[in-house]
Design a protein around this ligand. Sequence first.
Ligand code: FES
Ligand code: FES
Length: 181
Amino acid sequence: MKAGISVEVNGSAKSAAVEPRTLLVHFLRDDLGLTGTHVGCDTTNCGSCAVLLDGRPVKSCTVLAVQANGKKVTTIEGIGTPERLHPIQFAFWKKHGLQCGFCTPGMIISAYALLKKNANPDDAEIRRALSGNLCRCTGYSKIVESVKYAAKLQKKGKVEFSVGPRRHKKAESGEYSGESW
Ligand code: FES
Ligand code: FES
């Protein structure tokens, strides 16, 4: 028997009938088409499925869709878009914090949650906050560097960026920033 759920996803109200066993990640990907949330392991190990649930990072392969009923979910699609990158996304691009990109949505969600709590994390705090997110490509140093750079951008009040030709230079110089944080 299906259960009715209502969830606010990236600011939009969504209602659906789901099997009680449906995982949140499958609801997001299969029912809502939000495929930016990845499934790496399906066993709570890799963090590639991380989303924010009422502002807290969770592994959405470990949460049932019915547990999100009445709550707010933010996926990577709610953080930024290709045209209007969030500074964390811009920082990962600029500082080479990704290679294949599979882990990146989860990394960015975890980094986002960290920077909301701690605007100026040191290396150890960043590594601790991202310890539930595995990356097979980068060796993590560039990811840590990206998060530190994102913190710097956020401190300057930069909100969104585009990475079209030459625009990143404008972003760094302050000519290409969005509305205030
Ligand atoms: S897919 Fe959820 S932790 Fe790996
Ligand atoms: S960039 Fe490939 S897994 Fe992290």
